[in-house]
Design a binder for this molecule. Structure first.
Ligand code: R5P
Length: 284
């Protein structure tokens, strides 16, 4: 039984099309004081439930917790929680004394009312270790690589060293060469990409990353490719946050922008529905 979380409506509709009516809708409203209300509109008693709800923006974290509580309260026999975009994943450790390990705090609350956990392209695999229930990180890189193939890429590029494993996986999927840039983060809004000599003149390059947030990383990477004479630059990611005018800024330095529906936003050209259908329902 799929429970359609309000953080992922379009993704849940895509899943529903394959699930022969085994779906529960959710009533969702916000009170005048901003408090959130959640109610299951169907019976889940005795059912094995799959709850799909992303955790961005932050309000959807509360929806997730309330739904977990509602599903177990209503007598479900098991609950698998699918969080397509796991927010706060970049705070996966202490960087300064006195901080919270925010992703661990979320993991602990999720597992309090769940039997298993799934997410997609977690920014840090360390987060899996914060769960004591079975926790799985699905990868959208093959889906992104398939989409990238439409542009006839000569090169797939990661904008930083942290994405090397991901870009290798994507490149092997479509048999295209890969490379990476070296990034230094100055602060939350500013990044510097180290100059690198690359033979991209006249070529089509697709840059892939896990997250586009402020867009600073992708902007600097695309600029460097254009300076080196790239003919076409396309940028793609799993989680498209696009803070403020990030999407529009990026449009000025690339030929196209695409992302998956882990966060429902502009550029949702790729759906992660097949990953969930295969991992949770055994459907191809
Ligand atoms: C960082 O390590 C991630 O992989 C992304 O590169 C980063 O989160 C992108 O952030 P922004 O779009 O703000 O540069």
């Amino acid at each position: 039984m799929l429970v359609k979380g309000p953080g992922s409506p379009a993704l849940c509709d895509r899943l529903e099309k394959r699930l022969d009516g085994n779906v529960v809708d959710v009533e969702h409203k916000i009170f005048p004081d901003g408090e959130r209300y959640i109610r299951l509109k169907g019976d889940v008693k005795g059912q094995d439930c799959v709850l799909v709800n992303t955790t961005y923006p932050t309000e959807h974290i509360l929806d997730l917790f309330f739904l977990q509580d509602a599903i177990l309260e209503a007598g479900a026999s098991s609950l698998s929680v699918v969080v397509p975009y796991f927010a706060y994943a970049r705070q996966d450790q202490l960087f300064k004394g006195g901080e919270s390990i925010s992703s661990r705090a979320l993991a602990k609350r999720i597992e309090f009312q769940a039997g298993s956990f799934f997410s997609v392209d977690l920014h840090s695999k360390r987060i899996l270790d914060y769960f004591t229930i079975p926790a799985t990180n699905l990868s959208a890189m093959a889906l992104l690589a398939d989409h990238a193939e439409l542009y006839g890429p000569d090169l797939l590029l990661s904008p930083d060293e942290g994405g090397v494993e991901r870009i290798k996986q994507a490149a092997s999927e479509v048999d295209v060469p890969w490379d990476y840039l070296v990034k230094k983060r100055i602060d939350g809004n500013t990044v510097k990409i180290e100059p690198k000599s690359m033979d991209v003149e006249g070529k089509t390059v697709v840059i892939l990353d896990d997250i586009i947030s402020t867009g600073g990383t992708m902007y600097k990477a695309a600029q460097q490719l254009l300076e080196h004479g790239a003919e076409e630059v396309h940028i793609g990611c799993t989680h498209g946050i696009f803070v403020g005018d990030a999407y529009e800024r990026l449009e000025s330095v690339c030929d196209s922008i695409f992302c998956t529906d882990t966060v429902e936003t502009k550029g949702n050209e790729v759906t992660i529905a097949p990953l969930i259908l295969e991992a949770l329902y055994g459907l191809e």
